[in-house]
Design a protein around this ligand. Structure first.
Ligand SMILES: Cc1cc2nc3c(=O)[nH]c(=O)nc-3n(C[C@H](O)[C@H](O)[C@H](O)COP(=O)(O)OP(=O)(O)OC[C@H]3O[C@@H](n4cnc5c(N)ncnc54)[C@H](O)[C@@H]3O)c2cc1C
Length: 295
């Protein structure tokens, strides 16, 4: 399978944005079937450039990350980016996992610190990693992978020192060997533009900074996500969502419109790609891409 850094280079040379989709491993067998047999085929019909699969805090969904990556690569011939986190992993375990990835032909890894199980503060595993920059460096030293990392246009929620300190830590991840950045979801493009300008002009970061887009599916769900991620909902968006609290269908239609407008502006500003948080549901993301004439 192709390295994502090469895919991004080729798209940039062609003057086109790279389109990618994020999935999470379902908790049930029915969820697996829905994702693998319905949602993924519907999404992949739009011909994205790669997809990514999240990595949970523990238990059986961690195995499923690899299973989904493997199936997407084998059955759809699409490069998949496996997320990998520091949570509850020693360095030896990560080394074994990297061997597994390699054996499956998975050459692309999104290196993350990860969210602690059940919330709360991150705990370092003995003989593990404290920050994802250390994981990036470790992966770089243990094989030929294309490595992505997470970026936060509004600053990471736990960074007490503020967003500029967090962006400095992002530079450390790039310096440790990350080839590209996928951002946290955001709703105000001004946050992404400030983030991009600071990283490129002030810190000299040159890797692609790919914005993360979530088409809103319901007012309640997006409130929960933004509370967890620390992303803010601009006042005008909140006012619109307040009117859609009991109407998920209308909220999803609104979400398609909002994401379309957001992506149009980002594309005009020359972003290297668009990474969609699909929530394992094809309809809204497919419609946004159709609106953008990118499907
Ligand atoms: C695109 C994307 C995909 C994601 N996928 C997953 C997933 O699959 N599974 C999952 O569990 N979570 C996932 N997350 C969430 C992510 O793991 C959390 O937001 C996590 O809290 C931060 O991860 P990180 O890799 O950015 O951490 P780090 O880069 O380690 O940063 C964590 C915090 O430490 C600070 N920091 C970094 N280096 C230093 C230093 N040297 N000194 C002091 N402070 C420092 C940073 O500013 C930040 O506040 C994803 C996030 C994004 C944006």
């Amino acid at each position: 399978m192709q390295f994502i850094r090469k895919i991004l280079d080729a798209k940039m040379a062609a003057g086109q944005p790279a389109i990618s989709f994020e999935f999470f491993p379902p908790k049930t067998e029915e969820g697996d079937r829905n994702l693998l047999e319905r949602q993924i085929p519907a999404l992949l019909a739009t011909r994205p450039d790669f997809c990514s699969v999240t990595y949970g805090a523990g238990g059986s969904t961690r195995e499923k990350t690899l299973m989904i990556v493997d199936r997407v690569q084998r059955e759809h011939r699409l490069p998949a980016l496996a997320h990998l986190t520091c949570v509850n992993h020693t360095r030896d375990e990560i080394r074994v996992l990297l061997d597994k990835f390699r054996a499956l032909g998975c050459q692309n890894i999104l290196a993350l610190r990860g969210d602690p199980p059940g919330g709360g503060a991150f705990q370092v595993t003995p003989n593990g990693f404290e920050y994802s920059a250390q994981l990036v460096k470790f992966i770089r030293e243990h094989g030929d992978f294309s490595i992505g990392t997470a970026g936060f246009p509004e600053g990471h929620v736990a960074c007490q020192a503020g967003k500029h300190a967090d962006w400095q830590h992002l530079k450390e991840k790039v310096d440790a060997g990350a080839d590209f950045v996928l951002t946290q979801l955001f709703f105000d493009n001004a946050d992404y533009f400030e983030f991009r300008d600071y990283l490129t002009s002030k810190l000299g970061v040159q890797v692609p900074l790919i914005p993360g887009i979530i088409p809103i599916l319901s007012a309640g769900q997006i409130t929960k996500f933004t509370q967890l991620s620390g992303a803010k909902i601009p006042a005008a968006l909140q006012t619109s969502l307040d009117k859609l609290v009991n109407n998920d269908e209308a909220a999803a239609e609104f979400g398609i419109e909002y994401a379309t407008r957001q992506c149009e502006e980002l594309l005009r500003a020359g972003v290297p790609g668009l990474h969609f948080y699909t929530l394992n549901k094809a309809r809204s993301t497919v419609q946004v891409l159709k609106n953008l004439k990118l499907a």
